[in-house]
Design a binder for this molecule. Sequence first.
Ligand code: ATP
Ligand code: MG
Length: 419
Amino acid sequence: VKRLTRAAVLAVGSELLTPSRLDTNSLFVTAELNRHGIDVVFKSVLGDDADELARGLEHALGRVDVVVCSGGLGPTADDLTRDVVATVLGRTLYTADDLANGIRRRFEARGLSMPRINLRQALVPEGAVVLANQVGTAPGLWIEHGDQVVVLLPGPPRELRPMFEAVAHERLAPRAGGRVIVQRIVRVTGRSESHVEEAIRALYRDWASAQVPVMVTILASLGQVEIHLSARAPEQSEAHRALSAAVEAVEERLGADVYSSDGRAMEQIVGDLLLTRGWCAALAESCTGGLIASRLTDVPGSSRYVDRGVVAYANEAKTSLLGVSTDLLAAHGAVSEAVARSMAEGVRVRAGVDLGIGVTGVAGPGGGSEAKPVGTVAVAVSTVLESRSRLHRFAGERTLVKFQASQAALNLARLVLES
Ligand code: ATP
Ligand code: MG
């Protein structure tokens, strides 16, 4: 039989077409398919509409080996997936008595009688394999259609996940391409998406034509650029080896701007560096309003290296809590590298710790000037050995400026700790 290599995911449910619900099942299904070496080549979100569903399914069957549908297996009239799939594949539906009894027992176990409509969930297209639902009433279905496979899964993520994990392992993996796809994410800060691309583009051709090919996607997000590398190979170890080499080549080209290549977030990286040194940190935050403290303390175990954070918004607070002199504030203005340095040093000395971080900036929308427009942020790091600072100019509205400021401050701390 033909190997299964290409898949499509159809997320069914009108609620997924509203602003209030997001399709997350396809992300889980994609990760699971990739693990077994099956690519997802497209996905769709479809409302509870028989015509749309039928056309969506026909389209998918024209393009891929595996179609995975999530949702619309419930008992109510808007749950159409089972009927539409049976129609499109030309199968009649029959009532599976064991399923009907199982559903009835689930109700009785809770002291309820089974509503008649639940019998719909015991309908099975001829030739389908029923996938047990350990968590809910809607069973899943595995349907082979020539060389192709259609998998129907219930919508609730906690029901879908264990079911798909099991079926992927037991039924898809043996028929998959015999390859695995492994992914690694390299995170970069301080460079734009296009600068990152420019620096590493020369590597793409070799990656694509290598014996274990490495695919690359560059994603810009707030305060960082992510390079997603994925390798496909017959064995996990080969894929990992190809990825390690690719990551090394990226690091060589981007140098210290790469802050993470093993999945760790910036706050975790800084925390681990502090731990390695046996150091403690204290924070003096103005425009970030405690965001740096919040991010650092998102990491479990951060009490080992976070001492305190001071939110010093007003100039008087910078003076009384951190010892920033009024002369300095008058000479340079609150948003300046000199003040950020003084804040970092002030909090470090007062806390009696090894490293201090200071941030001061104009988050906007008001408060900007010609010399210091909205988005101007000074960050500083102070240790017994040195004091470093940088002035940034970030784009975007208030919360975006705050996040980028926190990222820049943590990154400066990382550079100091790595040096
Ligand atoms: P049942 O009706 O038996 O719960 P179902 O298969 O009909 O199962 P839906 O009614 O479509 O599933 O969805 C049930 C729940 O699962 C809803 O809360 C829905 O928002 C959620 N859900 C459905 N599809 C997705 C999806 N693609 N991603 C995340 N959540 C989803
Ligand atoms: Mg539904």
